[in-house]
Design a protein around this ligand. Structure first.
Ligand SMILES: [Zn+2]
Length: 199
């Protein structure tokens, strides 16, 4: 018996990552240009590493609990995550990797130019948390679809999230059936809809 809502696992990953990012941003203690450029690379590179690692664990865990017969290896889960990071996402309108580098560079610019650099650091941290919430959600959705596809499922039913992040924009999709190869992208950021198998 698998869980219906796959994002319960996602929330744990996000909570863990949020703590890790907070630790990383604590390294930013000097605000001169030379220091900020190098520390920004350090912080964002480490953030990328820990995100990749934790979302890979998440993908494996979600996949394994949604797949009826079989499991994936850690390298296979990593390949899913790496592909997601490198692909254009029609919901967010960016390629994850590129957006992460843009965020790093805006963070450095902001801190160097600002009269209140500490606030810029806090802002950068919030933006990183948000971006990776979205990424963890997308990876979760992808893991479920992949598990179904690998089980030979041909069609899925869209289930609109009915939690506190209720998706108003997705209401009309609730219960709709799609070919598994032709699921439309999520209509908005932080959408927590999911799909279930149609036998
Ligand atoms: Zn939705």
């Amino acid at each position: 018996m698998t869980m219906r809502n796959p994002y319960l696992k996602t929330d744990k990953t996000i909570a863990y990552l949020t703590k890790q990012y907070a630790k990383l941003f604590r390294r930013v203690t000097a605000f001169d240009e030379l220091n900020i450029i190098s520390v920004s690379h350090e912080v964002y590179d480490e953030a990328l590493k820990v995100t990749e690692q934790e979302v890979t664990r998440l993908v494996k865990s979600v996949y394994d609990s949604y797949r009826e017969s079989g499991a994936i290896t850690a390298p296979e889960a990593l390949a899913i995550v790496a592909a997601l990071m490198a692909a254009y996402n029609p919901t967010t309108k960016y390629v994850y990797q590129n957006e992460l580098d843009r965020k790093r560079s805006r963070f450095a610019e902001g801190v160097i130019s600002s009269e209140t650099p500490v606030e810029e650091v806090a802002l950068a941290k919030r933006l990183l948390v948000n971006m990776n919430k979205q990424f963890a959600d997308d990876a979760t959705f992808e893991a479920v679809v992949k598990a179904f596809a690998d089980d030979g499922v041909k069609r899925v039913r869209w289930i609109t999230a009915l939690d506190d992040r209720r998706c108003k924009e997705c209401k009309s999709r609730h219960g709709k059936v799609y070919d598994i190869d032709n699921i439309p992208p999520k209509p908005h950021m932080h959408c927590r809809c999911y799909v279930e198998r149609v036998e």
